[in-house]
Ligand binder design. Structure first.
Ligand code: PBG
Length: 326
């Protein structure tokens, strides 16, 4: 017999060797923790379909932000759940509304040490659960929604957001937000654009997390999972409109899209490991079908390897804790 000329196994012989040749690693500063804050809650409330994740009260939110800072996370992304909803999502514009208040509360404890990001969308604030306002025929009205997004952006910046993150997939949203921020004196506030956001079945648990009122789907504004090229178009538009960071969402079923965007984007690329991705791994682990920690670490590493500069994940704090142990 002849001996193999190439033996890739040589570089796998010891843990030290594997560590030496490893190309990608996740750092705590790559991670962004998404958090939910619900108005009028005195105790945090568990989210059944996302074991380990809660709707925060003000005090538990502030504690989570302190922990995120202590763990060296890159940032925190805030989602607000108001007590009252209406057709136009007016609670999102209220400077004392749940989200804007939460931004202020978090900034008060983290200062500039942790990047504070806020979800800029109407779905948590509208009584119909859509990401925009509806026209007379019940369709989401793109341009009427833009006017509200512009005001929301200014309210969030005034509350202290370092980064606003429009997630509604309205055409032209980045441009109106950038213009409104600049006009109001917030030229230093960044826009993280949900550029390639797909209409995904994996958002399921998020709907419970925000008590979503949605009846129907978001297919007229979020992208069709069958499209790849279109993601690059969406990213190019957002870049031209002034996006500082572009996002691909969800992550795991869209790693091809993430790799495409990472290859062409001149700005940092974020990926969002969403609620359904979290729930699947937690459920399988709870059944003893997979090793929980190993599956979490591998899933987040795969997102980094595909090209993400930063990753939003509900495991951000736990994962950062493990990274510090290593
Ligand atoms: C919309 C928004 C959604 C998520 C983040 N922002 C839900 C949706 O588009 O239906 C989903 C996040 C997740 O599933 O973890 N504001």
């Amino acid at each position: 017999m002849s001996f193999p000329q190439h033996r890739p196994r040589r570089l796998r012989t010891t843990a030290a060797m594997r560590k030496l040749v490893r190309e990608y690693a996740v750092a705590p500063s790559d991670l962004i923790l998404p958090v939910f804050i619900r108005e009028d809650l005195s105790e945090p409330k568990p989210i059944t379909s996302m074991p380990g994740v809660v709707q925060h009260s003000t005090s538990s939110l502030v504690a989570a932000a302190r922990e995120a800072l202590a763990l060296g996370l890159g940032g925190i992304m805030l989602f607000g759940i108001p007590a009252e909803r209406d057709a136009t999502g007016s609670a999102g514009l209220d400077p004392f509304g749940v989200l804007n208040k939460a931004i202020r509360d978090v900034r008060a404890v983290v200062g500039d040490e942790l990047v504070v990001m806020s979800d800029l969308c109407l779905d948590e604030f509208t009584d119909h659960g859509h990401c925009g306002v509806l026209d007379a025929s019940g369709q989401v009205d793109n341009d009427a929604t833009l006017e509200i997004y512009a005001k929301m952006a200014v309210a969030q910046a005034a509350a202290g957001a370092h980064v606003v993150a429009p997630s509604g997939m309205m055409d032209g949203q980045v441009a109106v937000i950038r213009e409104a921020l600049d006009a109001a004196g917030y030229a230093d506030v960044s826009v993280l654009a949900y550029a390639a956001k797909y209409a995904s079945a994996f958002y399921g648990p998020f709907r419970e997390a925000v008590d979503s009122q949605l009846d129907g789907d978001r297919r007229t504004y979020q992208m069709d999972p069958g499209n790849r090229r279109e993601a690059l178009h969406e990213v190019e538009l957002d870049l031209a409109e002034g996006a500082d960071i572009v996002m691909v969402k969800p992550a795991m079923s869209y790693l091809d899209i993430l790799a495409d965007v990472a290859a062409m984007s001149p700005v940092p690329v974020a990926a969002y490991q969403i609620s359904g991705e979290y729930a699947m791994i937690e459920a399988a682990a709870a059944n003893g079908w997979i090793n929980r920690r190993a599956a979490i670490e591998e899933s987040v590493l795969s997102i980094k390897r595909a090209g993400a500069t930063m990753i939003l994940t509900y495991w951000a704090a736990e994962l950062a804790g493990w990274l510090r142990e290593n």
